[in-house]
Design a protein around this ligand. Structure first.
Ligand code: ZN
Length: 306
């Protein structure tokens, strides 16, 4: 108390009252922004199946995790339909274990919700599960599929997460989990669908530095990468039997190459470095979450060169 009394009169003599308050405000604001910069970011990604988030944002997640930020992947279904020769509880248990191993390999959390695969609907119950997840994670960034996709579970995951935007701040809803104070940023993964409109690559992140980590993460989903997905594409016989050989084959299935339409966005954030970028992931900023200034983009995606 004594020190405070001594400090303020001297400080007041140096600055007139209005200047004093603005100086104090600036000190408080810079302290706040410094602490905001040092706070870890909280990123949550939703997929319909245990491997969807990995394919869309495994590289991005690995980059955040390497910088000490908090990332969680959530699969809205347990994946119990995704195999040609097994199913039900046995497959769900196998896929949960694969997802948790995938998360462990890049240092993120992975949760698999117990909704049936191939039967996901945009019900109020599942929307509430999504709202709880986003709130409990105190998310700054939420990632989901766009609501137009070949698979109904992917479509409804897009709808469910879109429908949770804004609702996450409404205190009268889902009252068992405290609301967020501000709407997070909602992003969508890249997809190849063109109707009603093609994907817009607002944020393109170079994943050259984490591409091996992403492949290592995908490799944990043995039932999908080496069994179910090749079977659905009629190329099961192409999959090498040996564990090392098949891990070398995996990048041929997920090259994460940079298509020409992503180059401008990559160039905007990476400058000349963009020319040598081999692997990338891209995201669209949806209109339903918080909108971002370029300065905020640089804060929320701290990998872009200064
Ligand atoms: Zn899927």
């Amino acid at each position: 108390m004594y020190r405070v009394k001594m400090f303020f009169p001297r400080f007041c003599r140096v600055l007139p009252p209005t200047r004093l308050w603005s100086a104090l405000l600036m000190i408080a604001m810079s302290a706040f922004s410094l602490s905001a910069q040092n706070e870890p970011l909280h990123v949550i990604a939703f997929g319909a199946h245990p491997d969807d988030c990995d394919i869309g944002a495994g590289g991005l997640a690995a980059k955040y995790a390497a910088l000490g930020h908090k990332v969680k992947f959530v699969s809205l279904t347990n994946g119990d339909a995704g195999h040609q020769s097994m199913g039900g509880g046995q497959l769900a248990m196998r896929r949960r274990a694969e997802a948790q191993e995938a998360g462990r390999r890049i240092g993120i959390q992975y949760e698999v919700l117990d909704n049936h695969d191939g039967q996901l609907l945009p019900t109020l119950g599942v929307r509430e599960q999504v709202i709880r997840e986003i709130r409990a994670w105190k998310a700054d960034i939420v990632i989901a599929p766009r609501p137009n996709d070949y698979h109904p579970d992917h479509r409804y995951t897009g709808v469910l997460v879109q429908d949770a935007a804004y609702m996450v701040i409404v205190p009268n809803l889902v009252t068992d989990t405290p609301p967020l104070h501000k709407n997070p940023v909602f992003l969508t993964y890249h997809d190849r669908f063109t109707l009603p409109q093609p994907f817009r690559p607002d944020i393109v992140v170079s994943t050259d530095d984490v591409y091996e980590k992403k492949i290592n993460m995908l490799d944990a989903h043995v039932s999908q990468m080496y069994e179910w997905l090749p079977w659905t594409e009629g190329k099961l016989e192409q999959v090498p039997k040996d564990a090392d050989a098949r891990k070398k084959w995996l990048p041929t299935q997920y090259p994460d190459a940079v298509p020409p339409e992503w180059r401008a966005s990559l160039q905007k954030r990476y400058g000349d470095q963009a020319r040598s970028t081999q692997h990338a992931e891209a995201f669209e900023i949806t209109e339903y979450g918080r909108q971002l200034s370029e300065q905020e983009i640089r804060r929320l995606f701290p990998f872009f060169p200064k």
